[in-house]
Design a protein. Structure first.
Length: 160
């Protein structure tokens, strides 16, 4: 997707949605309760962001300790970062999107959708370079097949 439409949505459409929602909610519950609600969602979001961020960091460190690549945790950390930015932006729509980034189930669903749309080749290696798995899209069906191999050496006496 080209970059310009994304920025057009972010800087043109999103503020109109936020203003419209703030006016509607303010008309129903009043201005002061609306402001308190926006502040409350930011505080609750910051608390949840800290909790989920620490849990993701712990899984990241555990995977590193076990010699595994913490790819999922890195991606979850990026979604958490986006969620934190959305929660710190005043408004109800951005708060709703930010909270979706914080809940583990919806965060994994977001990652699943994003990764299914990407055409990136993922290469995973163990710490000791014992085996390599390449995941490539198989033709047009977007099904993945694993190709496993073992690194033996180059043949010139070096092992890397």
């Amino acid at each position: 997707m080209p970059v310009f439409p994304i920025f057009a949505v972010l800087f043109l459409v999103l503020p109109f949605i936020e203003i419209w929602l703030l006016i509607k909610v303010g008309g129903i519950i009043g201005a002061f309760p609306t402001i308190l609600l926006v502040v409350l969602t930011a505080v609750l979001g910051a608390f949840m962001l800290r909790q989920q961020g620490l849990a993701t960091l712990a899984r990241f460190q555990q995977n590193l300790h076990n010699g595994q690549l913490p790819a999922n945790e890195i991606l979850e950390g990026m979604v958490l970062l986006v969620g934190g930015v959305l929660l710190m932006t005043p408004g109800f729509f951005t708060d709703a999107m930010g909270f979706l980034c914080l809940f583990p189930l919806s965060r994994k669903l977001i990652l699943k959708v994003l990764l299914s749309r990407s055409q990136v080749f993922v290469q995973t290696r163990t710490t000791h370079y014992e085996s390599t798995v390449f995941r490539q899209p198989a033709s047009s069906t977007r099904q993945y097949r694993d190709i496993e191999g073992e690194v033996v050496g180059r043949g010139d006496g070096t092992d890397s």
